[in-house]
Every structure is written in structure tokens, then in C-alpha cells.
Write a protein that binds this ligand. Structure first.
Ligand code: MEV
Length: 434
């Protein structure tokens, strides 16, 4: 905590807030029928070097070994100069469903001809426009054959700057619906954003020398080939792809949760994107490049990543505000530029200029890639159970009632005995107490 407070210049009040999280009144203001608060551990993903800058990454997650694994993945990435990441413009899609359109082709022509009028009508947020965002374009899609008859779908493409943009997209969709009815003679149905935000994507890439994977049991060269085989498996088989992507979301969701972002929205978009060619596939790909003896492992993750650093829980949840501060993406950065925090290698200019939300999406992509790398390295070599055992044993010790130093003592005994069960932990605890 001391290191973190120094790194992110957290005040005493802020460190206290991290421990406390939200108060009952704040919780009551967030959702309905509040009866309590549900706390999760907040950990720090370490070792991240992204676009030449160091990051400590706040992660809210209940699963043991996720934070340890991602920190190890980020450390491996450092051996190849860190992670490079990028993102598209933060463009969200708002959909208007049009039914009972007599002549869909004629209607499309009317819509395209009225493009400027539609965009002007969709411009419902002066602050977004002032910051260089707002409605950018329209698209018309035909769904000729649905059980409810043919439909025309109009997409509004809206640059949401540092907001996740659900509110802006929904407001614009509702605003333009009457005009679209008038233009097409049809009837507007749903008016809502699409969570398949495939125009708002982020990516992360690494290139790591094979010798970074050398261990007593396995030469690095063999490990990188095994990781590439694991990647091919996840590309070809949806059963494996689901587990592969679940591992990516161990890290992705933890950062989204810690920063107050809508992780269900990102999950929905990424899973739909993973199935874009008709088969559900992996979100990452890993290949071995280079001549024998100087192999490099190249990895890439790309996915839709609609995240915000303003609005919603990113601001109303005190822990999220502090999480953004730890990432150098503090609230109040509403000029489209992320704050620049000095990094230990002094390389201020390495990160491309981008908005705070874009920067967050790149960090999230980097976390997903590092999480996947750590999982594949373990799975392709010793398996994950060995590494999980100690962390799992700590959880079992806590479930059995161990506290303080006793947690480590009981966990150590469980691991050395090879039986990680709550009943055994209780017995050991009783023996320790006696
Ligand atoms: C466990 O939470 C995640 C993994 O199953 C991911 C994977 O199999 O790639 C280890």
C-alpha cells in the first residue's frame, strides 16, 4: 500500500477509501432495493510496461492466482520490451429498428439522402460535440427474412470520447426515430445501443524471445512452440476457445470492475466479435517467428472494448475513481487527453496521444493478453494445478477459520501434505490452537 500510495500520489483519505470502498448511502444511490455492499479483493497487477510506460493495474477479482499470473505474464512481456497497444476512435453504434417499411430499397435511398439531417438530429450532447465527438455517420442494414417480417436497421455511429457512451447512444437513437419513421413510412421498434461495438476496438501485442521462457524443466524454444499449438487449438475448437477466452476475461473483467466499467457490455461485445466468422474462436493468437535458435513468440489480442473514464460508476464509486488515478487516468481528464505520469524509464513520449478512455481500453487489452500468456505457458508446460495449489490452500485455510499468520501456516501444511480440504484445514487449525 505504501508503494502504491507513493506511485499514484494517493492521499491518506484516498488510501482509507480503498480499504472502506463505498458507504451504505452511496450504494443506495447506485441501485435499487439496497440491503448491503458486496466487497471483493482489490489487487494490483504488477510489471506492466505498455507503450513504454509503467503501470500498476488495479484488479477486483475473487479467483486466486489471477493477479499472480497476470503479473508473471506482464514480466515475460517485459523481456520483449513490453506490450504495445492501440485503439480505434471511441465510436459506438446506436440501432434503430424499422418495421413495416413498404419498399426497403427506396427507404434506404431516402435515409442516405437525409444523412446530414439525421446526424444533426442525433446530436443530443453539446458537451460531446464540444470535445470533438458526437454523431459521425450512419449505416443502413437490411434484415429481409426474420420471423417478424423484413426489417431495416439504421446504425448511428457516435464518437463517445471518454464516456462508455450507452446514454449518449440511447438518447440519440430515441431522438432520430421519429425522423426515420417519417423518411421511410415505417414504424420504429427498438432504439438502443449495440454492445457489439466493433468500431470501438483495442489491441495489444508482444514479441518475446524464446529464451525468456527457459526453465529447469523446459527449454524456452519448446515452450513457445507449445503455446503456438495451444493457440491453434483455441482457434479451431469452440469448446477450447470458450475456456481460453474465459482466462482472458479473468484479467479483463477484474480491471473493468475495479474501474467501475460495465463488464457485461464488454463481455457481450467480445463474445459476439469472437464469433464474427460464424464460429466462436479465440480472442488472441500466438505464433513463433524467427530462425531456429533465435525464435520469438508473437502474440496479439484484439477485441471490442467500450469503456469509459467519465460517467456512471467510474465517478460515483470512490474506489473506481482511485483506480483510475492509479492508472494515471484521473477524473477531470475531460479534454480527451490522458494524464501523463512520469515512468521509471523516463520515456514520456513513447505513449501515443489518446483520450483517457482509449488509454484505459489499451491497458485492458494488455491485461487480457498477459493473462492469456500466463495461462497458456502454464497449461502448455507443468499444468495450472501446481501453481494454483498454494493459493487455493490459502482460500481453504480462510474458509476453515484461519486468520492472520495462521493462514500461511495452515496453507503450507495443506500443500506439503497434498490434501487441500476444508476438513483437514479445520483439524490442523484445532491442533494449532491446542
Ligand atoms: C481459469 O480461470 C482460466 C484458465 O482455464 C484459462 C485457460 O484455460 O486458458 C486457466
Amino acid at each position: 500500500m505504501e508503494i502504491l500510495a507513493g506511485w499514484a500520489e494517493l492521499s491518506g483519505a484516498e488510501t482509507a477509501l480503498l480499504a472502506e470502498s463505498i458507504g451504505a448511502e452511496e450504494a443506495d444511490a447506485m441501485i435499487e432495493n439496497v440491503v448491503g455492499r458486496f466487497a471483493l479483493p482489490l489487487g494490483i497487477g504488477a510489471n506492466f510496461l505498455i507503450n513504454g510506460r509503467n503501470y500498476l493495474v488495479p484488479m477486483a477479482v475473487e479467483e486466486p492466482s489471477v493477479v499472480a499470473a497476470v503479473s508473471f505474464g506482464a514480466l515475460l512481456a517485459r523481456a520483449g520490451g513490453g506490450i504495445s497497444a492501440g485503439s480505434t476512435r471511441p465510436v459506438m453504434i446506436a440501432q434503430v429498428q424499422l418495421l413495416d417499411v413498404g419498399d426497403p430499397c427506396k427507404a434506404e435511398k431516402e435515409i442516405v439522402a437525409a444523412r446530414e439531417q439525421i446526424l444533426a438530429c442525433a446530436e443530443t450532447s453539446p458537451s460531446l460535440t464540444r470535445l470533438g465527438g458526437g454523431p459521425q455517420n450512419i449505416e443502413v442494414r437490411h434484415l429481409p427474412d426474420t420471423p417478424a417480417g423484413p426489417m431495416l436497421v439504421v446504425h448511428l455511429l457516435i464518437d463517445c470520447r471518454d464516456a462508455m457512451g450507452a446514454n449518449a447512444a440511447n438518447t440519440s437513437a430515441e431522438a432520430v426515430a421519429p425522423l426515420l419513421e417519417q423518411l421511410t413510412g415505417g414504424r420504429a421498434g427498438l432504439r438502443i445501443l449495440s454492445n457489439l461495438s466493433d468500431k470501438r476496438r483495442a489491441w495489444a501485442e508482444v514479441e518475446i524471445p524464446a529464451n525468456a521462457f527457459d526453465s529447469v524443466e523446459f527449454p524456452g524454444r519448446e515452450v513457445v512452440h507449445r503455446i503456438a499449438e495451444a493457440s491453434a487449438f483455441a482457434y479451431a475448437d469452440p469448446y477450447r476457445a470458450a475456456t481460453h477466452n474465459k482466462g482472458i476475461f479473468n484479467g479483463v473483467d477484474a480491471v473493468l470492475l475495479a474501474t467501475g466499467n460495465d463488464w457485461r457490455a464488454v463481455e457481450a461485445g467480445a463474445h459476439a466479435w469472437a464469433a464474427r466468422d460464424g464460429q466462436y474462436r479465440s480472442l488472441t493468437s500466438w505464433h513463433v517467428q524467427g530462425a531456429p535458435g533465435s525464435e520469438l513468440l508473437h502474440g496479439r489480442l484484439e477485441m471490442p472494448l467500450a469503456v469509459g473514464t467519465v460517467g456512471g460508476a467510474t465517478q460515483s464509486h470512490p474506489s473506481s475513481r482511485i483506480a483510475l488515478k492509479i492508472l494515471g487516468l484521473d477524473a477531470g481528464v475531460n479534454d480527451g487527453q490522458a494524464h501523463v505520469r512520469p515512468c521509471s524509464n523516463g520515456d514520456e513520449a513513447a505513449a501515443p496521444p489518446s483520450g483517457a478512455a482509449a488509454r484505459l481500453s489499451e491497458i485492458v487489452a494488455a491485461v487480457g493478453l498477459a493473462q492469456n500468456l500466463a495461462a497458456l505457458r502454464a497449461l502448455a508446460t507443468i499444468g495450472i494445478q501446481k501453481g494454483h495449489m498454494r493459493l487455493h490452500a490459502r482460500q481453504v485455510a480462510v474458509s476453515a477459520g484461519a486468520q492472520g499468520m495462521a493462514v500461511e501456516v495452515i496453507a503450507g501444511k495443506l500443500v506439503s501434505e497434498g490434501t487441500i480440504r476444508v476438513e483437514r484445514a479445520r483439524e490442523l487449525l484445532r491442533d494449532t490452537d491446542n
